[in-house]
Ligand binder design. Sequence first.
Ligand code: NAD
Ligand code: ZN
Ligand code: ZN
Length: 375
Amino acid sequence: MSTATRAAVLVESGRPAPYASSRPLEVMSLRLDPPGPGELLVRVGAAGLCHSDLSVIDGSRPRPLPMALGHEAAGEVVATGGGTEFAPGDHVVLAFVPACGHCPHCAGGRPALCEPGAEANGNGTLLGGGLRLTGADGGRPRHHLGVSAFSEHIVVSARSAVRVDPRLPFEIAALFGCAVLTGAGAAFHSARVAPGDSVAVFGLGGVGLAALIAAKAAGAATLIAVDVVGSKRALARELGATHAVAGGPDAVEAVREITRGGAEKVIDTTGVVAVLRQAYLATGRGGTTVTVGLPDPSRELALPALSLVAEERTLKGSYLGSCVPRRDVPRFVSMYRSGILPVDALLSHRLSLEEVNEGFDRLHTGEAVRQVIVF
Ligand SMILES: NC(=O)c1ccc[n+]([C@@H]2O[C@H](COP(=O)([O-])OP(=O)(O)OC[C@H]3O[C@@H](n4cnc5c(N)ncnc54)[C@H](O)[C@@H]3O)[C@@H](O)[C@H]2O)c1
Ligand SMILES: [Zn+2]
Ligand SMILES: [Zn+2]
């Protein structure tokens, strides 16, 4: 039997801000097919607004449309199509890369690089190729990153889901699916922040602040927070940043001065190529620059090439924080529970599904950190 749901569907990309007037996302009634084998029907409890959604809305990350947007969510399993280890009543966090478990990258312990997962995400289908939503006009919206989180109910591959402690409120649990996996993973796995390190984080949105609190937890001694928005720098200071620097070309010199020659680890979470270049230039001899930003695919990066060799520098991309969601979500949740990762601090606004366009205005202007739609 199909399920009725209301979901925010992106009908056209590239409409101008403010989105409260151009309304690129339409909240509509849809039918949801029952879950097939290896799939779950999930009642969404909460869904976060991420810049990766905004990049699909503004057209800098092209995706097939119409698409039921959203990819950061937590909810409760209502039914399964069999062949999974999940049962109705389980609480789950959804990761935005479904991992097949069999491709060379999954087999090699890097599920964030899953090939069938990337192909399904690029096509806007669930893992295995299916579409599960149908509109009143018979149209079939695509799925965003296997999740389509801005919906009361969703059908997902069980390979997108991680079971979590049901005592965790959905609005906090949701953040672990993207912001925390990506940001904390970038600090722990990709930058390998170690006790005593000097660390700079460029961009203090949901992902950047998650990287910052993880760098703190890993023992960063000098922790520099860089953003163009003053309120975000102030929040970062409350969360343990030792220095705050205003974003812009002068940030490079400021970081180099504080660290006497450049930080050992620099994490860029802005998605802006010019800022990634600044992050590289703010990194010291022997240091590592990690980027999680997803700029427009047409953009290229120019760097002083000699420094890579003569200064033994490392520049790394980090997708899904190089995490293994089934290992890392429970670990990060237990770090949250013990107070080591204060994830609540990322949550700046709670919205209804109908307020989704207004929420993206707040993300676009920089007024919000992480906003969650609470169902
Ligand atoms: N690699 C991954 O797996 C992954 C996962 C999630 C998000 N992302 C990407 O990470 C990026 C960040 O996502 P988010 O949701 O945290 O976005 P966000 O919009 O909440 O945060 C970006 C921050 O960068 C700041 N910024 C902009 N220009 C700056 C400058 N010149 N100097 C310093 N700071 C500046 C903004 O003020 C903002 O606080 C996006 O590109 C998103 O698509 C990647
Ligand atoms: Zn995201
Ligand atoms: Zn795989």
